[in-house]
Design a protein around this ligand. Sequence first.
Ligand SMILES: [Zn+2]
Length: 480
Amino acid sequence: MTKELPKITTYNSLTKQKEEIVPHEGNKIRMYACGPTVYDSAHLGHARSAVSFDIVQRFLRYAGFEVTFVRNYTDVDDKIIQRAKELEVSPKEISEKYIQEYKDDMASIGVETPDVEPKVTEHIDQIIKMIEKILEKGHAYQVDDDVFFSVRKFKEYGKLSGRSVDSMLDGVRIDINEKKEDPLDFALWKGAKEGEPFWESPWGKGRPGWHIECSVMSTEYLGNNFEIHGGGKDLIFPHHENEIAQSEAASGEQFTKYWLHNGLIQINSEKMSKSLGNFFTVQNAVKRWSPEAIRLFFLSHHYQNPADFSEKVMDDTESSLERIYTTLKRASDLEKNSDAIDSELEDTTNKFKDNWFNSMCDNFNTADSVGNLFDLIRAINKSIDNNEYTTSLENALGEIKRFGKVLGILEKNPEDYLSSLKSTENLENITPEEIEKLIKEREAARSEKNWARADEIRDELDSKGIVLEDKPDGTIWKVK
Ligand SMILES: [Zn+2]
């Protein structure tokens, strides 16, 4: 019972060319993506990476491959420890809180849960074993209670990033550590510092370095030489270069066959960063735009390219989505009343069906795939102008449904979707930002027990048609 599989090509960052994805065994694809370090709320950069590989795994499954998808959580790290100190809680409390938040945020934008979501703290034994193996093979060395990977002993170091070992010294932030034999070497195991979480190891109390976790957790669930490894372009060097070095030094086999890297998010053509103040968390973004619009924004860009996020682009994306849903609502308001064939619609539907699928087979090109949809939407509108719900319309809607299910969009009931948009559209004398600002002011007034001011703000919003509801975790607003 072998189903014929379509030919799917992808750009492989390792070989720097487009290649057909050919599994080692039958239709089985083993895939790993680097997940978040959980010390803060997820931002759009996290969302983009998650959506990129969500699309890859969804489409591969749809095309008939049997996919095992692993995405990790880095739940021990300097940043987590730092955050825990600031808030006077345990690192575990921080990581658990942000793992849950990450899951909720990604689910809100339609990212499916991977098959396995391993955490570093649950794989310390396996990490120790791999470090022992690397030491045995002579690719690492111990200094006191630290263990370092010896970069120059791994001859192929640099094969992913395309850099020569000597040129790397220029581009890297070298941490000053006189224990290292070479500035390029990196920590596999770090001796425990006062007040930090630690585990017992053959080298004393300590914790793993960052890179080793992905080598361990990917091969633990997928074996050596698994098919696909994904991550953001910012991880190519040094993280992914180090993953290759560690894994291949330990196993003597190729680590992974295809490396897929997603492009980064820019905000108004600038790098997104907290210090530039152009930072969007997923939660802020979904308050402002519908979650499907955010997903559609990602899908409208090829996953490998940078994606330039701006309020204008998002407003436009929201309008495009609204147009699609308006058409779907028009269609759903009709009842099937004709067996006629509308040959123009039929034709456009067939083209759409082939085109979006072929675009996805060509390096997961969601941008082209989504682009094809608008021709079909136009043809549907034209077809229902005469109030006929034909067999051709039924086919067209069925095809859109299938497309939406694979890409994780257009899955809402059109009526519900459109009425959820109305809540902000009907605002006349006030913008959502002004409302949020007044809510914050009211919260501040309430915490100072300035009830008069708090009531004044509530009345002011009420006069503009906004009702407030105080919930245990904050105040939400609705249009009257
Ligand atoms: Zn990783």
